[in-house]
Design a protein around this ligand. Structure first.
Ligand code: MLC
Ligand code: AMP
Length: 477
């Protein structure tokens, strides 16, 4: 079997094949650039960073972030997007662990790296050689069940293959205008939502925040959102109806509840596209633009991707649409490993080279996949953000008044899951405690609710029985 090499990243950014240098390429809020303006502003960034081993980007929802990322891809310097709301502990960890040599963004007193200010009016005519397809494009930080976030190294070829798989599944091209307002420091908003738009030549409108009103105001053909966004869209009938003129409304990053799927179909006149991915694999499964869209199911493997289901003993699980198995993935979109963490990388792979997603799924006879849930209770998805319970617990334990802490995700109609922390200690001011987490990590990692308890339920081994905590919470106890 021959494997097709994807078109290099840089070539496609400079010329996605639509021939329109003066066409509006990207708008974020009120700031807009044509493709040639973006290329020359990004070249100015590339001129300044060439030779660095990696650079951190203050990944605000702004045109500067788009320029910075494009400049990194031009220079062949791995980009490390840093969430703009991350607290000192999280930011310092990312900067130190990644070994970033420069800070692309406004000067900050608490960042020790030399800053390079990104100027959307800067122009440079320099050209840069296409780096090796196997070299790293980005290092995205993502939470595990325990410990600090890990750096996921994504190669240029993985990014290219992932984006091309989506173009095939969605018929995504220069005639599309992509609209979204997702954060620019994750796979969804940044790789799909920015690099994807540039690679496929579709103008991008970033709405800064993914509010229903801003989506309705844009009249795009392709929209991206996490389920929370779609649930909020459906809560406003006029907004949802306005999106009926779009070609595809795409949901991903967390399970789209079936009632939201049905309401989207009823209000917009067409069913949403669901797709599934991870920081470590980019997007691997999706419903296709021209095939069945089934509520609760995320579709078929993208071109070049292979999936399999295993039971706990490693035996194959039948594809009968019912039997649960651990989902494993192989293909060209997989990451190169966790930066500097050989052990965790090895743990995440099977002996024969498949990535263990940690998700439980079923597959039916036609190859359609349904994601049933996570293997570990310690991996929480809230508003589409991946949050490790261990990281939040550690932040809480750093508070002088907290002796023990257990963090769980409980079902939430808006966010999918909501973070609830059970603490043992002398802290009465729960708002202060929650803010303490937000100041250490980032805002979306702070518990929405804190419950003071005398003891945490533990099993004979002393392990906290989190399932009991969730059950009690759901039972209103
Ligand atoms: C947030 N707030 C809190 C809080 N958390 N207040 C108290 N306690 C907390 N724990 C504040 C916010 O700062 C905000 O304030 C206000 O409360 C509303 O917060 P919210 O309800 O969370 O809404 P919002 O901020 O609008 O966030 C919802 C959302 C956001 C959907 C917009 O969660 C989001 O952008 N999610 C996208 C995540 C994502 O991109 N994931 C992709 C991962 S990649 P204020 O003052 O700011 O209004 C991946 C791969 C793949 O998964 O498959 O795609
Ligand atoms: P992240 O690393 O932030 O990309 O999160 C990846 C995780 O998000 C996956 O392992 C899944 O648990 C979840 N996820 C992503 N897309 C979907 C989807 N369409 N349906 C269900 N879960 C999803």
């Amino acid at each position: 079997m021959t494997t097709l090499m994807p078109r290099p990243l840089l070539t496609s950014l400079a010329d996605p094949g639509n021939g329109g240098e003066d066409r509006h390429a990207v708008r974020v809020g009120d700031a807009a650039l044509t493709r040639s303006e973006l290329i020359s502003a990004a070249a100015a960034v590339a001129d300044e960073i060439t030779g660095a081993t990696s650079v951190a980007i203050d990944a605000t929802a702004s045109i500067e972030t788009v320029i910075a990322v494009t400049g990194c891809l031009m220079a062949g310097v791995p980009a490390v997007p840093v969430p703009p709301d991350s607290g000192p502990a999280e930011r310092n960890h990312i900067l130190k662990d990644s070994g970033a040599q420069l800070w692309l963004g406004a000067y900050r007193e608490d960042v020790a790296l030399p800053s390079v200010l990104v100027d959307s009016r800067a122009r440079s005519g320099s050209t840069h050689r296409e780096p090796d397809l196997g070299s790293a494009a980005m290092i995205m930080y993502t939470s595990g069940t325990t410990g600090a976030p890990k750096g996921v190294v994504l190669s240029r070829s993985a990014v290219a293959a992932g984006l091309d798989g989506l173009a095939d599944a969605w018929d995504w091209g220069p005639d599309d205008t992509l609209v979204h307002g997702l954060p620019l420091f994750h796979v969804h908003g940044l790789i799909l939502g920015v690099v994807g738009a540039l690679r496929h030549g579709s103008p991008l409108v970033h709405t800064v925040r993914p509010t229903p009103e801003s989506y309705a105001a844009e009249g795009g053909s392709l929209y991206f959102g996490v389920p929370t966004v779609w649930s909020r869209v459906c809560a406003d009938e006029a907004v949802a109806r306005a999106l009926g003129s779009a070609r595809l409304l795409v949901s991903g990053s967390a399970p789209l509840p079936v009632p939201v799927f049905e309401r989207m179909r009823a209000l917009t006149g067409s069913a949403p596209i669901e797709r599934y991915g991870m920081s470590e694999t980019i997007i691997t499964l999706s419903t296709r633009f021209d095939c069945e869209r089934r509520p609760g199911w995320v579709g078929l493997p993208l071109r070049g991707v292979a999936t399999r289901l295993r039971d706990q003993a490693g035996n194959p699980v039948p594809h009968d649409g019912e039997t649960l198995g651990q989902l494993e993935i192989a293909g060209p979109t997989l990451f190169d490993g966790y930066l500097g963490n050989f052990e965790k990388t090895a743990e995440s792979m099977t002996d024969d080279g498949w990535f263990k997603t940690g998700d439980i799924a079923v597959v039916d006879e036609q190859g359609f996949h349904r994601i049933v849930g996570r293997e570990s209770i310690d991996m929480i998805k809230s508003g589409g953000y991946r949050i490790g319970a261990g990281e939040v617990e550690q932040a809480l334990l750093n508070h002088p008044d907290v002796r023990e802490a257990a963090v769980v995700g409980v079902p939430d109609d808006d966010l999918g899951q909501r973070i609830v922390a059970y603490v043992v200690g002398d802290c009465d001011d729960h708002r202060e405690l929650s803010n303490f987490v937000a100041q250490t990590l980032s805002i979306h990692k702070r518990p929405r609710e804190i419950r003071a308890v005398d003891v945490l339920p533990r099993n004979a081994m002393g392990k906290v029985q989190k399932k009991l905590l969730v059950e009690d919470y759901r039972a209103g106890r």
